[in-house]
Design a binder for this molecule. Sequence first.
Ligand SMILES: Cc1cc2nc3c(=O)[nH]c(=O)nc-3n(C[C@H](O)[C@H](O)[C@H](O)COP(=O)(O)OP(=O)(O)OC[C@H]3O[C@@H](n4cnc5c(N)ncnc54)[C@H](O)[C@@H]3O)c2cc1C
Length: 504
Amino acid sequence: MEAIWGIGGTDQHHYPTLNEDISADAVVIGAGITGITTALQLADAGMDVVVLEALAVGQGGTGGSTGNLYSTVARGLAPLRKTWDDATIRDVVNARALAIDHIEALVERFGIDCQFHRRVLYHIAKAEDKQILETLDAEREAMRCAGLEVKSAEDAMLPFQMTHGLKIEGQAQFNPLRYVQGLARAVSQQSVRIFEGSPVREVKYPQGVVVTDKATVTAHHIIHATHTPKGINLLHASLLPSREYGIGVKLNSGAYPEGIFFVHDPFHSLRSYRHGDEHYLVVIGEQHKTGEGQADAAYFERLHAYISEHFDVESIAYRWSNQQYSPADGLPYIGRMHGKDNAYLATGFAADGLTWGSLAGMIIADLVTRRDSPWRTHFDSSRFDSRRFTPGKSAMNWARENASVTKHLAKDYLGTRNLKELADVSPGQGKVMTLKGEKLAIYMSHDGELSVLSAVCPHMKCLVHWNGAETSWDCPCHGSRFDIQGEVIEGPAYHPLARREQPH
Ligand SMILES: Cc1cc2nc3c(=O)[nH]c(=O)nc-3n(C[C@H](O)[C@H](O)[C@H](O)COP(=O)(O)OP(=O)(O)OC[C@H]3O[C@@H](n4cnc5c(N)ncnc54)[C@H](O)[C@@H]3O)c2cc1C
């Protein structure tokens, strides 16, 4: 599975693995848009910065996103307004608009070839559905209240029967992978040392030591730019991890629509992307909680069927999926880590993290350098404080999420069948089974090769579930994901699933 953003070759520069102990003023863990933006801001402030990336620059959530940049939020300002207030949504819009301007300025400053263009954002209601129409009416009001100029969406180039629509201008799109790779190249040419293939396995906060497989980094400041904080963190109880799917298709005929399209039916996101003479239509949807999905490729088939209803689709050229972490009270968590003087984090971006992540880089750099925020006339950054406690605003989602964790802990442990014979696992399939009291995650390849791992997620001891659509083991509790060798793909777990002997 490959996202569309690697089309035509990426701007991938290969960075070395960390294999000797080093020190720095600040170490950033994670080289997505948040980590690289933070590294740049700190380097611009004169700091010596190291970035440690488990995989490769941009290959996490950033490279799996849709590349849309908007000052609202995808699931609507209206729900945020209801949870918070008018002043908060104004701050959200001002902060996010500033972050988009900042991205545009960086594209120009470093000459990054990532197809950054200003675009219109459309919200389109397709169905004559009372609830959807009310949602859009509330959104229009919230947008106006937040200071946005809202217009009618009559010019939307979509072959849909549109019942209702609105648009805002001055938003943007780019290729997120090319952007973050370009930015990484630029910061590495300044002074930032980037290491890939260097997963962090432990952080010793009192000593300021970050431990990878082969070596350590000692630093005054430690920044978790890992999409969700690594290790045990109270914030995990306030973050709902979910997966969503994308396909990039070629059309036989008809126009590729230009803009950011949020289609409420109940929700799909659409955009086009052009590479040279090649044009693609991207559609995103089919969201479900991580670890609770169907174990097959049905999501892609449904996206294909959906888009084929409206467009003359020739073929699917790309398919991929991505993870998001939705915050219980609707706002991202950006700032200091609870109880730690030398650590910072940025998470809870839902499906809006290219902009939030860029903003996080700006806010965290202000905190680390202790400078007066240059953005304070535009928005109040304390709104996004990672240490805020908002039980009234989070209660419903918090309770739902934690009930789900409890349910998985109880039901999964009790409901796992005993392994009688290996023939219970078919080729290409994974199963969690009990052998001599131990919970095992057993996968058989199409060639009949077995991989046997402990099914216990090293993060908080929930049992992983098989994800057949992506050939991975996914933890339904806090979103950690592992490949069939057990190595961490993403999520809060620091360590792989433990390997076990093959049963006889
Ligand atoms: C389907 C989908 C579409 C989306 N589209 C958009 C969009 O159009 N616009 C938008 O604004 N947002 C979008 N988002 C959200 C967006 O993708 C993310 O919020 C954003 O990319 C987060 O960036 P990040 O840098 O914080 O995290 P990431 O890009 O995930 O970077 C974190 C990095 O940390 C690394 N890491 C993790 N653990 C370790 C470790 N132990 N040691 C070292 N490194 C580690 C990872 O490998 C990864 O590279 C979308 C989300 C989904 C699910």
